[in-house]
Design a protein around this ligand. Structure first.
Ligand code: GLN
Length: 298
């Protein structure tokens, strides 16, 4: 727990430094603290040393270090992985990217945008890394490089408390809400166009966030919302009594990873930081911390 607290503190320091353009000396101090917590400072500094050998010709690491900031692309409507805490972006992915920024000796800047725009934004140079509870898919692999997997999830259903829907088959003829461009969207779309829900009259409605979809569910305009497990759980816990979560998942498990541009020399740094955080249990602790932090934020 101490490690997580130290990391959160380091991340918080980073945000306040970013906000007030803090001096490089205090910035370096917070970098050292977080690096030794992550237990990977030695290896990561040698990554930095060899960063100019990037195969793509231009080094992302050198460019990020010259700019003094790592730009993270995300959608802050996906608790506990990313959400707005007060006025600041927070969440598991934000803390992971803050640790990566620390490793690089730069500040973290979080750009909050629609989820279905993050890959285009990365590819067109509007950011350096996607941290968005993003599932590795074949299609996305055409455009980006994914890091090692840091979390496994699956699609769950958010339902009204009296709903009898319990499985994919029960979605026949129902009005189903999803977040645009997500794996839940793609999964249900496939089931309606060419799967179990074909010819049942089931309809798909897309929303910018799972939360917006859930508001329509609360208003009776949808029968169900299909969303990743943890955000679904968070929304249900924030609407206790008014919504419930399905007992189980409705698809196979999905692997979350961070994404960088193809061939980027940022990838080994990202994987180094992830390895340290997976090994010492920090990621699980961050999931617990941010789940608790968002559970009562109704
Ligand atoms: N894991 C899902 C996906 O990759 C949802 C991610 C999100 O909505 N932020 O599509």
């Amino acid at each position: 727990m101490k490690k997580v607290l130290a990391m959160l503190l380091a991340a918080a320091m980073m945000f306040s430094l970013a906000a007030c353009g803090g001096s490089s000396s205090s910035s370096a101090a917070s970098t050292d603290a977080a690096s030794s917590e992550a237990g990977s400072s030695t290896e990561a500094s040698s990554e930095e040393g060899s960063s100019e050998e990037a195969s793509s010709g231009e080094s992302d690491v050198a460019r990020i270090q010259a700019a003094g900031e790592l730009v993270m692309l995300t959608n802050c409507g996906f608790p506990p992985f990313e959400y707005i805490d007060g006025t600041e972006p927070a969440g598991v992915d934000v803390d992971i990217c803050a640790a990566i920024a620390e490793e690089l000796g730069v500040e973290l800047r979080v750009v909050d945008m629609d989820f279905d725009g993050v890959i285009n934004a990365l590819v067109s140079g509007k950011g350096d890394i996607i941290g968005a509870g993003m599932t590795i898919t074949e299609e996305r692999l055409q455009s980006v490089d994914f890091s090692d997997v840091y979390f496994t999830s699956a699609q769950y259903m958010i339902l009204p408390p009296d709903s009898t829907i319990a499985s994919l088959a029960d979605l026949a003829g129902k009005s189903i809400g999803v977040q645009t461009g997500t794996t839940g969207d793609l999964f249900i779309d496939g089931e309606i166009s060419d799967g179990a829900l074909k010819d049942t009259g089931a309809t798909l409605k897309q929303y910018k966030t799972g939360l917006e979809a859930s508001l329509d569910l609360l208003n009776g305009r949808l029968d169900v919302v299909v969303l990743d497990q943890f955000p679904a759980q968070t929304i249900v816990s924030q609407n206790e009594g008014a919504l419930k979560l399905s007992d189980g998942a409705i698809n196979d498990s999905e692997s979350y990873a961070l994404a960088v541009n193809k061939g980027s020399d940022l990838l080994p740094v990202v994987n180094e930081v992830l390895a340290g955080m997976l090994e010492d249990g920090s990621i699980d602790e961050l999931v617990t911390f941010h789940t608790e932090n968002t559970a009562d934020a109704a």
